[in-house]
Design a protein. Structure first.
Length: 229
């Protein structure tokens, strides 16, 4: 059921820009009572889900505020209760000239201040995130990586938040900003659909096994009753 939930969510977000797929991390489980009796049998168990942060495909849009990252890292935005991070660079200009996400969250510049632009002038964004208008530098996007992805947690709406002490923002290495492009989901629709069918078949097999076990128990009770009579 946990695998099914993860896969269904991945399939639902196959067209969400910058979405990162959730995967299963398995371990083996053995019943403590079975271990004590010396007849332990292990079974697979989803210990925890993990997020696949691999690069998605870049699609050219030509939009001046459509941005994508090549390499590791995230765009930083100001959330309601602190910084949030996203790979979805589908930005727009608010009425006051602030660069915001599709949800209206301000995009952070260097130092954490929101990026403010003149909507009447062309915008050029360099690979290092430097923003120019009319040949003059007007700001720089805050693009960050993390010392450990284990401290990142999904916030919802395609955002991440730093939830652990190991998630310390650092400057990314070898990452470039691509203007006029958007990163697609790294889910892989075909792969997810195949795995979804596989999980459903496993589910059906387990259901049949439970039914057979219940039928065997019923037969055993009936046979004992006959011997007793």
């Amino acid at each position: 059921m946990e695998s099914l939930d993860l896969l269904a969510n991945n399939v639902a977000n196959a067209s969400t820009g910058g979405y990162k797929a959730d995967r299963e991390f398995y371990s083996l489980y053995a019943d403590p009572e079975a271990l004590d009796s010396g007849s332990a049998s292990a079974m697979p168990l989803i210990e925890r889900p993990w997020t696949d942060l691999s690069q998605g495909t870049l699609q050219t849009t030509g939009g001046p505020f459509d941005l994508a990252l090549t390499g590791r890292g995230f765009f930083a935005v100001n959330g309601p209760s602190g910084p949030l991070y996203t790979r979805n660079g589908s930005f727009r200009l608010a009425a006051d000239g602030t660069l915001v996400t599709t949800d209206g969250l301000p995009v952070r510049g260097s130092g954490g201040a929101p990026v403010s632009l003149d909507g009447s002038r062309p915008v050029d964004i360099a690979a290092d995130g430097t923003i120019r208008q009319g040949g003059a530098v007007v700001g720089k996007l805050e693009v960050v990586d993390f010392t450990s992805p284990d401290g990142l947690a999904k916030q919802g709406a395609n955002y991440f938040r730093a939830s652990g002490p190991g998630a310390r923002p650092i400057a990314p290495s070898g990452t470039s900003v691509e203007q006029g492009k958007l990163e697609t989901s790294n889910t892989g629709s075909a792969e997810s659909a195949v795995r979804l069918v596989s999980v459903m078949r496993q589910f059906e097999m387990l259901q049949k096994a439970v039914s057979i076990g219940a039928e065997m128990n019923q037969q055993a009770v009936q046979q004992v009753a006959r011997v007793g009579s």
